[in-house]
Design a protein around this ligand. Structure first.
Ligand SMILES: Cc1cc2nc3c(=O)[nH]c(=O)nc-3n(C[C@H](O)[C@H](O)[C@H](O)COP(=O)(O)OP(=O)(O)OC[C@H]3O[C@@H](n4cnc5c(N)ncnc54)[C@H](O)[C@@H]3O)c2cc1C
Length: 260
């Protein structure tokens, strides 16, 4: 399904102070890692990963960032939202022990992935990281899964980043594939500590059309588009990128360096 649909918000649940989950009745068939383009017709359209889908409903988890996401998070049940999708290249499920590493709202697409991996009989270890404890999202969702779930906040306890916690786990576990979603600098740091194993990262770059026409989300040097060939890229694709963790493009196409 990739036509536009206008749906009533069935339920909206605050996920702490930093985000909200929006639930819709929908028979949209979604694979882990795919996203939808969302608008309320007030200003523009934004891509959001599908956090959960079961054939009769979908859920999006949206972090309150700028005016767009704050406005969407302040909607009420019964309000109308328009969606296009699902779009993009999903995660590929690899058999064996899986390590899922999420940062901030990047944890959203990893929930549907975790469900898929567990349903296929794989052991799943999840690292959910955020800068602050109150920005950790979806812990209760993962807690209900048969997964080895760990969370870390950089302002609490050992103050580990998700990459530092992932490094500890990789020392002890024979992981077959690492999946990650979150800030690109987090994924770049994760790539640097990974042993010689497969990995798949979900990218967030500026998107306008979501269907590969405008080129806004094209990566250098090959021009592979986050909205069509991504948002999930595998190791072979990521190793050929010259802009990964270095810069992204803004709405005008200008390069914006990632700030460490
Ligand atoms: C494939 C994909 C999946 C995503 N999934 C989620 C998700 O599940 N949950 C979530 O909270 N966020 C997700 N995002 C980010 C989301 O699309 C918005 O960028 C974010 O909500 C900020 O919107 P804003 O306009 O409120 O904030 P602003 O303050 O206006 O922008 C904050 C940041 O978002 C970037 N941004 C603004 N517009 C776009 C756009 N059209 N495309 C991409 N980035 C943009 C800006 O460049 C800036 O870096 C995803 C992005 C992509 C590309």
């Amino acid at each position: 399904m990739s036509d536009r649909v206008t749906l009533k918000i069935k339920r909206i649940v605050d996920e702490g102070p930093s985000a909200a989950s929006l639930y819709f009745d929908s028979d949209m068939k979604v694979l882990p890692g795919q996203f939808v383009m969302l608008t309320d017709y007030e200003e523009g359209e934004r891509p959001f990963s599908v956090a959960d889908a079961d054939g009769s409903g979908i859920c999006l988890t949206i972090k309150r960032m700028g005016p767009f996401s704050k406005r969407i998070c302040s909607k009420k049940a019964g309000d109308l939202i328009s969606l296009r999708g699902p779009f993009g290249n999903p995660f590929t499920l690899v058999s064996g022990v899986s390590l899922l590493v999420g940062g901030g709202a990047g944890i959203a697409p990893l929930y549907l992935l975790a469900r898929g991996l567990i349903a296929s009989g794989n052991r799943v270890i999840v690292v959910n990281g955020a800068r602050t404890q109150d920005a950790l999202l979806l812990g209760a969702w993962f807690g209900r899964l048969d997964a080895d779930y760990r969370e870390t906040a950089e302002d609490t306890g050992e103050k580990l980043s998700s990459v530092q916690l992932a490094a500890r786990i990789l020392e002890r576990e024979k992981v077959g594939c690492v999946y990650a979603a979150g800030p690109e600098l987090m994924m770049a740091a994760l790539k640097d500590i990974l042993p010689d194993i497969p990995y798949q990262f979900s990218f967030e770059r500026y998107m306008k059309c979501g269907v590969g026409v405008c080129g806004s989300c094209a990566c250098d040097p090959s021009g592979i588009r986050v909205c069509v060939e991504g948002p999930v890229f595998g190791r072979e694709q990521i190793e050929k990128l010259s802009d990964f963790g270095v810069y992204k493009r803004d709405s005008t196409g200008a390069r914006v360096p990632f700030r460490k």
